[in-house]
Design a protein around this ligand. Structure first.
Ligand SMILES: Nc1nc2c(c(=O)[nH]1)N[C@H]1C(S)=C(S)[C@@H](COP(=O)(O)O)O[C@H]1N2
Ligand SMILES: [Mo]
Length: 495
């Protein structure tokens, strides 16, 4: 029989505590960007089952609103890093999750390799009545006896089992079921949770379960005789009580200090944080974006009655004029590293090709909506302009100047970029129509990009110019798009 508290349990227990706290805080940052929970992928405004915001917006609101208005600013005390930094919160979350899963794998391998699993995995249904009896014992202010020859009593064993073998995998699976790339390639996977919003809700409830467990766990350790259990989990029972308490408290203090420092650093040096964490996070995002193509073919009956809007339309006479004349004089410029630079009217653009797709939109903030989009495959546009061998990215320039359409101290025309290989995918299109009508102004009239494996912010609306470039460093602030530049989002948007 393995020892009750081997060293590897001590180490993985600490790492788990360390990573879980990071995951919880950065997860709350992500939630703050769309502080509403739904079971329905149409996300009807006002019909959320939970809302952590006082602001209300309706589908029938006569004042236009944008989903970014729904975002809340949460305190850096609870959220990592707090204060409306969705992009950085996601970076912290995705960086941590890689290490948390690694820790979990090491732990599970050791659990089975050492035989420790006997202490964790119930092998008989009697664990259920035994656990109920143990809970009853606690409720009568007594400590239930341990299972003979094992470190835990029945309720404890069952709880740890559920946490490790049910809750943790469920968190990982529901997390994966929120990735637009995963959902686009394997729509069945999202259905396991009743859709992206179901996965999001389950993921949130999982957070609550982890939080509840943590509170109960700490309480139980105290009830069980704090000094003894603390000595076991901090130094595997080696060392004196004083030493253990010292090491344990120092460990907790260091975790706290670490959180204070990274929160401060993330808020103070947002670009550096975006870049540094990007080294760890972006490669994975790029790999899944490169290797998985969208296979969405939703039915007309799936189309959402209301499709949220993100970003206010361009302001100014030029655009207004185009709207009144139904974009008669609109021209799309396509140039850069191409053999055949060109300017296209809507008619000419339409002549390059035609396709249509009914797909689910995934905004980085968390909402979803389904629409049918029709237009020209990007592959046909590229075939027409013939990119040179150096061309590696496609930049899409928009007509909305954010300095005029939104406040928050940001500025400049919206733009975005995608790596050229994404443009070859069948569901990467320049959309001219939405749900059988010409593109509405709010959704990007007259031309907007659709890339169905990516998050919504990549799909530039109100496009006027397309440029093929070798590197995105030279465009804007060099991060690959307006939201990457000014909101510190990651450039890869497959998760
Ligand atoms: N020009 C421009 N394109 C944009 C945006 C914007 O603010 N300006 N917002 C992006 C974001 S974050 C999302 S989620 C989608 C929203 O598309 P929709 O308004 O059609 O739902 O547009 C993207 N394209
Ligand atoms: Mo978005």
């Amino acid at each position: 029989m393995p020892s009750f508290f081997p060293w590897w349990v001590v180490v993985t227990h600490f790492l788990n505590l360390f990573f879980l706290l990071l995951l919880m805080r950065s997860g709350l940052e992500v939630l703050s960007a769309f502080p509403k929970l739904y079971w329905d992928d149409n996300c009807p405004p006002g019909r959320e089952w939970a809302r952590f915001s006082k602001k209300m917006y309706g589908a029938d609101s006569r004042k236009p609103w944008s989903s970014l208005d729904e975002e809340e600013s949460w305190s850096p005390v609870v959220a990592l890093p707090g204060r409306k930094n969705l992009g950085l919160g996601r970076h912290w979350h995705f960086m941590t999750v890689q290490f948390w899963i690694l820790t979990g794998l090491v732990y599970v391998v050791l659990v089975f390799a050492t035989g420790y699993w006997h202490y964790l995995v119930p092998t008989h249904w009697s664990i259920v009545p035994d656990s109920l009896r143990a809970v009853g014992t606690y409720l009568s202010f007594q400590i239930p006896p341990r299972i003979p020859g094992e470190p835990f009593e029945a309720a404890q064993k069952l709880t740890y089992f559920l946490l490790i073998f049910v809750l943790a995998p469920l968190q990982i699976a529901s997390g994966a079921a929120m990735s637009p790339t995963v959902l686009a390639r394997f729509p069945w996977f999202g259905k396991l949770f009743g859709g992206k919003q179901g996965a999001r809700s389950v993921h949130f409830l999982g957070l609550c379960a982890f939080a509840a467990f943590t509170v109960l766990h700490v309480f139980m350790v105290i009830v069980h005789n704090l000094p003894d259990e603390f000595v076991l989990i901090v130094l595997a029972g080696h060392g004196s009580r004083a030493l253990t308490v010292g090491v344990g408290l120092a460990g907790l203090f260091l975790v706290l200090l670490f959180h204070v420092v990274i929160t401060w650093f993330s808020l103070r040096y947002r670009r550096r944080t975006q870049r540094l964490l990007g080294f760890v996070v972006n490669p994975f995002e790029k790999v899944i974006s490169r290797s998985l193509t969208s296979r969405q073919h939703l039915a007309a009956t799936d189309i959402s009655p209301y499709h949220r809007v993100n970003g206010y339309p361009p302001v100014g006479e030029d655009y207004d004029q185009m709207v009144t004349t139904e974009f008669r004089d609109y021209r799309l410029a396509v140039g850069g590293l191409v053999e055949n630079p060109t300017t296209l009217s809507l008619e000419e653009l339409r002549g390059l090709g035609e396709t249509s797709q009914t797909v689910k939109h995934n905004c980085i903030q968390g909402w979803t909506a389904v629409a049918q989009w029709a237009g020209v495959p990007m592959a046909d546009v590229l075939a027409h302009v013939r990119p040179t061998a150096e061309a590696r990215h496609i930049v899409f320039y928009a007509m909305d100047d954010k300095g005029l359409t939104e406040a928050e101290g940001r500025y400049g025309f919206f733009y975005g970029s995608i790596p050229i290989h994404l443009a070859q995918q069948p569901q990467t299109i320049l959309a001219l129509e939405m749900n059988g009508e010409p593109l509405p102004v709010a959704h990007g009239a007259p031309v907007r990009l659709r890339v169905e494996t990516q998050l919504g912010f990549k799909m530039v609306k109100w496009v006027v110019g397309i440029e093929l470039v070798h590197d995105i460093d030279q465009v804007g602030m060099g991060m690959g798009g307006w939201r990457e530049d000014q909101q510190f989002y990651a450039n890869a948007a497959g998760i």
